[in-house]
Design a protein around this ligand. Structure first.
Ligand code: NCD
Length: 322
């Protein structure tokens, strides 16, 4: 938010400062702030009761990339809180006439009270936040951040496993380009996992700057490429598809496509209480026959997006009551 930014001094450490805040990276939020978000979201789980908290607010969704869950769960969350929603569809907007991200953002800030933005370019939401006088929520910027997905993923772990601390995580898949995996790992740095196994085909292991960041933040993790070695220890298996659209060279995608898959046989080697999360959409890495396994938690995860995003909208765009 233009002229915004985090509060300074001791306040920043102790206060739950969500109101009016941009949501660009999960790294910008403290453990206490995340916990307070999860607590607020708990109240919205279950049969929906119509609310009027945001009746005088207009939420703008601006998705410059395909989306099903993020856009629709934000929209549902806003509507359930009584807000109105306007949607910028890039394929029928002046973006087709060459309108800049700058000018589009200037329009959205004039028409709405909060902007949810997804964009293929890394840093797009941050740029919009610097320009905008209303808060900007990053719905995914290139392969960089997807903060609200990570909040949702941690919220799902907390609801299904009762805690986030002390668990063993396996993060399997495209850990190079999947922003959801990177943001989940960043989110875990706010908690105290027992161990995080980052499992990927060699060319899809996390980028050097991400590894450096995770080390700097003190996350206990190890890099590997064999799920079968670690699945027996895992409490949570976080799976992502290969992000075909982000490969700079299609030949590199061809080399790695189909290189990992969670079969029912592999899943059977997991512990009793294991849960499998996936931000969806899925590709070949998650066969449909896994859906009937007790561990399959990705549909619950997708549905928890509404209560989590209701709590987030209320905290950022509400009167400060959340
Ligand atoms: C993810 C995304 O867009 O980053 N989807 C989502 O928001 N649930 C994951 C993906 O596209 O693979």
């Amino acid at each position: 938010m233009r002229g915004g930014g985090p509060p300074t001094g001791a306040d920043w450490v102790s206060r739950d400062a969500w109101k009016g805040r941009d949501v660009i990276s999960i790294l910008d939020f403290s453990r206490g702030e995340l916990e307070s978000l999860f607590k607020a979201a708990d109240a919205f789980v279950g049969p929906p009761r119509p609310r009027k908290d945001l009746a005088d607010r207009i939420i703008a969704t601006a998705f410059f990339e395909p989306s099903t869950r993020t856009r629709l769960s934000f929209t549902t969350a806003a509507l359930r809180l009584g807000a109105k929603v306007i949607d910028l569809s890039p394929d029928v907007s002046s973006i087709l006439k060459g309108e800049s991200l700058h000018d589009t953002t200037m329009m959205l800030e004039g028409y709405s009270d909060l902007i949810v933005m997804r964009h293929p370019s890394e840093g797009a939401a941050l740029l919009a936040a610097e320009l905008s006088s209303v808060p900007v929520v990053n719905g995914g910027d290139g392969s960089q951040h997807h903060p609200t997905q990570a909040m949702l993923d941690l919220f799902t772990v907390r609801r299904l496993k009762g805690r986030i601390d002390g668990l063993t995580y396996a993060v399997l898949g495209d850990n190079r380009y999947a922003r959801s995996a990177t943001s989940f790992l960043y989110g875990l740095t706010k908690f105290k996992p027992k161990m995080v196994h980052i499992v990927s085909p060699e060319t899809l292991s996390p980028r050097a700057e991400v590894v450096k960041q995770l080390k700097g933040l003190g996350l206990r993790f190890e890099l590997g490429s064999d799920l079968e070695k670690v699945i027996g220890a895992a409490d949570v298996l976080y799976l992502t598809r290969i992000q075909k659209e982000r490969f700079p060279d299609p030949n590199e995608y061809e080399k790695v496509k189909g290189s990992y898959k969670l079969t029912k046989e592999v899943l059977a080697k997991g512990k009793g209480g294991l849960i499998v999360l996936h931000p969806l959409p899925r590709s070949t890495e998650l066969p449909y026959d896994v859906d009937s396994a007790k561990a399959a938690a990705y549909m619950t995860q997708a549905h928890l997006a509404v209560p989590l995003r209701m709590a987030l909208l209320l905290k950022v765009a509400g009167g400060g009551e959340a």
